[in-house]
Design a protein around this ligand. Structure first.
Ligand SMILES: *[C@@H]1O[C@H](CO)[C@@H](O)[C@H](O)[C@H]1NC(C)=O
Ligand SMILES: *[C@@H]1O[C@H](CO)[C@@H](O)[C@H](O)[C@H]1NC(C)=O
Ligand SMILES: *[C@@H]1O[C@H](CO)[C@@H](O)[C@H](O)[C@H]1NC(C)=O
Ligand SMILES: *[C@@H]1O[C@H](CO)[C@@H](O)[C@H](O)[C@H]1NC(C)=O
Ligand SMILES: *[C@@H]1O[C@H](CO)[C@@H](O)[C@H](O)[C@H]1NC(C)=O
Length: 368
């Protein structure tokens, strides 16, 4: 009895989230029209209709699948807390480029060094988390060989990682299948970049059906983990090929960023691993690591780490949202973030007989 009550509770919760999510899509379709009139609304409409993701898709074929992912993630997280931001980034880039089909994990170059693959297109190959997905997938393969897709593994593991980091729980529907090839050119052209201005960022997210509010909440994912110094460095010394730092960075913050990113004790080119948003506020914050609103509070103080982050303050329509997320206990951000990730997790999914289920996430299954 208690367990069936539990299931109903989850169902009711996910349905109500779904409903508000659908109404968000309605708004997003309308408001994001100017940049790409047909594209965003059409792709949203079709992904919504065609998508046959289900609640607990593996209930017959691998009922323990989600529990396996959860326990593997808990084990990995206990040793490597940076798995949460790493998977969030992996998931985001995978879904952003041709949908959540695990194409980002794929090395379909077949040993051909000349063949470019998607994961190499990511700015300076800063992508991590492949090994962790492989570990989880191995566990899944032991229990249910050839059943659970890499795309579902990434989606569920990312959600569990966010919860482990103190972020919101959101329901992840399942039934995604894996693509058989990766998309290098699309990846190069369509990934939002750390030095994009707010217009460009909003445009790239609108192409995927995200409105301004969803975009600002998704960027808030930067609140966990570190931003790599290789993404920050140009802002500190050679901003937009000027040979000067970004003039918008206040001198004291510039000094702090240089200390954290440029290792002056050795040769000047050595870069340190990165800087977190919690560190940007460290002087004004005593405790409260983990998921929170510090990203938005940093932007309010002009202490954004990436140019694209700080750009959210450059226009009133996004600055207004930053102020809203920064001003309460974090519950608005958590709710919006969970909803936006749910929406992202169903972008361009392959379901039914499309795609394949890879056993090794980096290897396509060859069918003849
Ligand atoms: C890669 O490209 C180079 C130059 O175009 C060519 O000489 C070489 O044979 C190619 N290698 C493979 C494995 O195709
Ligand atoms: C990647 O790194 C190289 C050299 O380290 C640099 O020239 C290039 O601009 C970087 N690219 C990006 C997108 O950051
Ligand atoms: C923003 O970036 C785009 C593309 O790089 C550029 O065309 C546009 O002029 C920029 N807008 C502003 C306000 O700087
Ligand atoms: C930088 O490295 C080079 C070679 O590794 C060395 O000759 C040089 O003295 C170093 N410069 C400084 C400032 O440490
Ligand atoms: C998956 O395939 C890659 C590339 O061939 C290989 O290096 C890796 O060991 C494989 N992983 C597993 C778990 O078999």
């Amino acid at each position: 009895m208690p367990s069936s009550l539990n299931i109903w509770f989850v169902l009711v919760v996910s349905i109500s989230v779904l409903i508000s999510w659908t109404s968000l899509i309605g708004e997003g379709g309308k408001s994001s029209a100017p940049s790409a009139p047909g594209f965003s609304s059409v792709s949203l409409a079709s992904s919504h209709v065609e998508s046959s993701l289900e609640y607990d898709f593996y209930r017959q074929t691998c009922p323990q699948a989600e529990a396996i992912v959860r326990s593997s993630m808990a084990r990995i997280y206990s040793e490597h807390q940076d798995v949460s931001p790493a998977l969030l980034r992996l998931f985001f880039l995978d879904c952003f480029i041709e949908g959540c089909d695990a194409s980002v994990l794929l090395d379909d170059s077949n040993g051909d060094k000349n063949r470019s693959i998607e994961r190499q297109a990511i700015p300076n190959k800063t992508l991590k988390g492949f090994d962790q997905i492989d570990l989880i997938k191995e566990e899944l393969e032991k229990a249910c060989p050839g059943v659970v897709s890499c795309a579902d593994t990434v989606s569920i593991a990312t959600r569990d990682g966010i919860v482990l980091a103190g972020g919101p729980f959101y329901p992840v529907l399942t039934g995604r299948r894996d693509s058989s090839h990766s998309y290098y050119d699309e990846a190069l052209a369509e990934i939002p970049r750390p030095d994009d201005n707010v217009t460009q960022t909003l445009h790239l997210f609108a192409l995927r059906g995200f409105d301004e509010r969803e975009t600002v909440s998704l960027l808030g994912g930067h609140n966990i983990g570190k931003i790599g110094c290789e993404l920050i460095e140009k802002r500190l010394s050679d901003f937009k090929e000027t040979g000067q730092p970004d003039p918008m960075i206040a001198p004291d913050f510039l000094t702090e960023m240089r200390l954290k990113c440029q290792d002056s004790s050795s040769n000047s080119t050595t870069l340190l691993p990165g800087m977190s948003y919690l560190q940007t506020l460290s002087s004004s914050i005593s405790s409260g690591a983990g998921f929170g609103t510090h990203y938005y509070r940093s932007l309010l103080m002009g202490r954004g780490l990436l140019f694209a982050d700080q750009q959210l303050m450059a226009e009133e329509k996004t600055a207004r949202l930053v102020r809203a997320y920064a001003s309460d206990d974090g519950s608005t951000f958590r709710m919006d973030f969970g909803r936006a990730l749910m929406k992202m997790s169903s972008l361009g999914v392959l379901t039914g007989s499309k795609g394949q289920v890879r056993r090794n996430c980096s290897m396509p299954v060859f069918t003849f």
